[in-house]
Structures are given as structure tokens and as C-alpha cells.
Design a protein around this ligand. Structure first.
Ligand code: SF4
Length: 379
């Protein structure tokens, strides 16, 4: 059995070598191999990784690759865990990505001091073939968005930028840039050694391989786990010791995928199944609501956070997140009108895709899923 991404103990280079992590790269064309493996980006969008990689490689150099470890989702810890436990696997994926797209500069983009320490120690243990910089940014929800990362590394604010240009065309210092989530890079390093066919032995045909998930809430042993795609939500929480009570719902994708009701306990955790349920897998964080936790109170608190955390660059985001917050506050207090419900239903459908980044989509997801899943709640 090939090694997994997940290890209980942090691994320095000696531990990685002893574990046999770094065998020879078995593929001639890593971009073709990650395409054959069906690797999707793990930063939240689930976009096929090879498309971004190929777009950067097709542009004239110089090119830059960025390992994005700025984990803005409040309940997700998998990127931070990966950077502190498997820093060499991330660096290896970053350097292989640089080679694959023809980049001569690499950047590790992160926030937390423990990740800075871990990556610094790992870099001191190896001699990268290309320049590797470590760029530290203040943690915010939007700082991890890829255009925000490129702006920050270029000396600007860590705020998203309207597209075009896409960062694969003009990113860091105006150069074509591949911004790849650190988990995506770790999977790419794994695929480079073990191949697409081995990767596809886990997971499902449409969502192959494994994923890191952060499980919180009503669960016996909250934490980060590596699981194959295709488990049901109940099986997922069984990996972490099981539910501590009958869950009242599931907050999906960090806070990005909205709220699914308890009827989804047997929903399979794949990109396709979760999307078909009206939600999103996002960064892979799932919180089980405890029995008795009031869905409207959770929605009111989290959408208030959205209104507070908006980067306030796009009028539609400032107004939209505030309006969603106010409607949920009215629902929670029992003062909501039929118009509030109708507005939420409409915003859930019409606001996604309207901001310069996907932040507004997350707030709209709450409007859409809470009404669909808990439409019968009394106010
Ligand atoms: S959608 Fe919201 S968070 Fe994203 S750039 Fe616009 S104002 Fe900022």
C-alpha cells in the first residue's frame, strides 16, 4: 500500500526518507499525469488542476508558482496541518509544479507562525533548484483567494482583484502564475511517485483519490483526517469516532457550502453528490450541528460574520451580505416577513458569481440551503 498524506507525527526530511516518500518520479509529463488522475484543486473550487497548470505553462515566461497555505475558512485546519506535518511533501509538490510549468521562482504563501517555522526548517534541509520565497500575510477570509495572494506577494494589499486578467496570465509582478493550494501540491507529489492509476484506486470514478477533511462539532474526536472520496457523511464522522448525538444538520465546506439538514446523513462525500444536494465541498471542512442547535441561529451568526468579513470592494457584496444578515436576524427573532423569505430565496439564486471573488457565493449559499432544508421552521 502506498503511503498516505496523513501522518500522526510531523515528518522532517529524515522521517520522510525513512518512510520511503521520495522514490523516483515515475511520469514523464506530470501535467498529463494529474489530468489522468483526475486531481482537483483543494482550495475550495474543486477545479481540475491540470487546466490551471497547462494555462500557465502555455504563457511566455518568466513564470511563478505559489503554494497557497493561507487558510481563510474559519473551521478548516487541513492546510495548516499539512504545512506543519508534511512540509517536505508540500515543497516537493511546489518544486515539481515549478518544473512542470517552467517557473523559475516559487513562493510559499502562508499566515500562521507555526507554518512559517515548519516551512523554514524544511527549506533549511534541502537545496531547491529554483528560488523559493516565504511570504507571510495577515490571515483574513479573502487573503487566500488567488488574485489576493498575487497582489500581496507583489507588494499590494491581500485583496481579490476583478478578472480579467487571470493570474495564470498576469499574476505575481505581472508574470504568469500558478497559485495552487498546498493540499493540491501534496497530492501532485504523491501522483508523481505512484502514478494516476494508483491514485484512482481510491475514491470514486468522478471524484478519485483521497481528501483531507476537518471534522468539528458533534463528533467524538474532532480533527483533520484523510479519507477516500465516496464515504457517506455518517461514515466520514465514524472515522473520527462517530457523532456524539443525532446531528441536527451539517455545515458544509467550512462556512462556504451552507447548511444541509440531517436527512443528508447518508449523502456521499464527492464533488458531484454534494453539489447535487445544493451545497459545496469547498475546503472539505464539515461541522455536525448538535441536537437542539437551532439552524436559524447558526445561519444568523454565520451570515453576520460574512457581512463583517466582506472585503468591501464590490457594492453587490457589501449590500448583499448585509441584506442576507438582516433577513436571517429577522427570521431568528421572529420578526421576518414573507418578503424576507422571498428575498432570501431570490438572493440564493441570483447573487452567486456577482462579486470579484467567490465570497458572496458563500453567503448566498446560506440563503439557498437554509430555506430549502429548513423551510418549515417556524418564526
Ligand atoms: S466579492 Fe466581496 S469579498 Fe470578494 S472582492 Fe468583492 S467585496 Fe471583496
Amino acid at each position: 500500500m502506498e503511503p498516505r498524506l496523513f501522518t500522526r507525527e510531523p515528518m522532517d526530511l529524515a522521517a520522510e526518507l525513512a518512510a520511503g516518500t521520495y522514490g523516483p518520479v515515475t511520469c514523464g509529463d506530470l501535467i498529463a499525469e494529474i489530468e489522468a488522475a483526475g486531481l482537483r484543486g483543494r482550495g475550495g473550487a474543486g477545479f481540475p488542476a491540470h487546466i490551471k497548470w497547462r494555462a500557465v505553462a502555455a504563457n511566455p515566461g518568466p513564470r511563478v508558482v505559489v503554494a497557497n497555505g493561507e487558510e481563510g475558512e474559519p473551521v478548516s485546519h487541513k492546510d495548516r496541518w499539512l504545512l506543519t506535518h508534511r512540509p517536505h511533501l508540500v515543497l516537493d509538490g511546489l518544486l515539481l509544479a515549478a518544473q512542470a510549468v517552467g517557473a523559475d521562482r516559487a513562493v510559499v504563501y502562508l499566515s500562521h507562525s507555526d507554518t512559517v517555522t515548519a516551512i523554514g526548517a524544511a527549506l533549511a534541509e534541502r537545496a531547491p533548484a529554483v528560488r523559493v520565497d516565504v511570504h507571510v500575510v495577515e490571515p483574513t477570509y479573502v487573503a487566500g483567494e488567488e488574485s489576493a495572494a498575487c497582489r500581496s506577494i507583489s507588494g499590494g494589499p491581500a485583496l481579490p482583484q476583478a478578472r480579467p486578467p487571470r493570474v495564470c496570465d498576469q499574476g505575481v509582478d505581472g508574470h504568469p502564475t500558478l497559485v495552487s493550494n498546498v493540499e493540491t501540491l501534496a497530492h501532485a507529489a504523491w501522483i508523481a511517485r505512484h502514478g494516476a492509476a494508483a491514485y484512482r484506486r481510491r475514491g470514486t470514478p468522478e471524484s478519485p483519490g483521497t481528501t483531507l477533511v476537518t471534522l468539528t462539532g458533534a463528533v467524538a474526536e474532532p480533527g483533520v483526517y484523510e479519507v477516500p472520496f465516496g464515504l457517506t457523511l455518517t461514515e466520514l464522522f465514524d472515522v473520527a469516532g462517530g457523532f456524539t448525538c443525532d446531528p441536527a444538520g451539517f455545515v458544509m465546506g467550512g462556512w462556504f457550502g451552507g447548511l444541509l439538514g440531517p436527512r443528508h446523513a447518508n449523502l456521499r462525500v464527492t464533488y458531484e453528490d454534494v453539489r447535487a444536494a445544493g451545497s459545496g465541498l469547498g475546503c472539505g471542512a464539515v461541522t455536525a450541528l448538535a441536537a437542539g442547535q437551532e439552524p436559524l441561529a447558526v445561519a444568523a451568526d454565520i451570515t453576520a460574520w460574512y457581512a463583517e468579513e466582506s472585503a468591501r470592494q464590490c457594492g453587490v457584496c457589501v449590500r448583499g451580505t448585509a441584506a442576507i444578515r438582516d433577513a436571517f436576524a429577522a427570521l431568528r427573532s421572529g420578526t421576518a416577513s414573507g418578503k424576507d423569505r422571498a428575498d432570501l430565496a431570490r438572493w440564493g439564486e441570483t447573487l452567486p458569481g456577482r462579486g470579484a471573488c467567490a465570497f458572496l457565493d458563500g453567503a448566498a449559499g446560506w440563503a439557498r440551503t437554509v430555506l430549502t432544508e429548513f423551510g418549515g421552521v417556524t418564526t
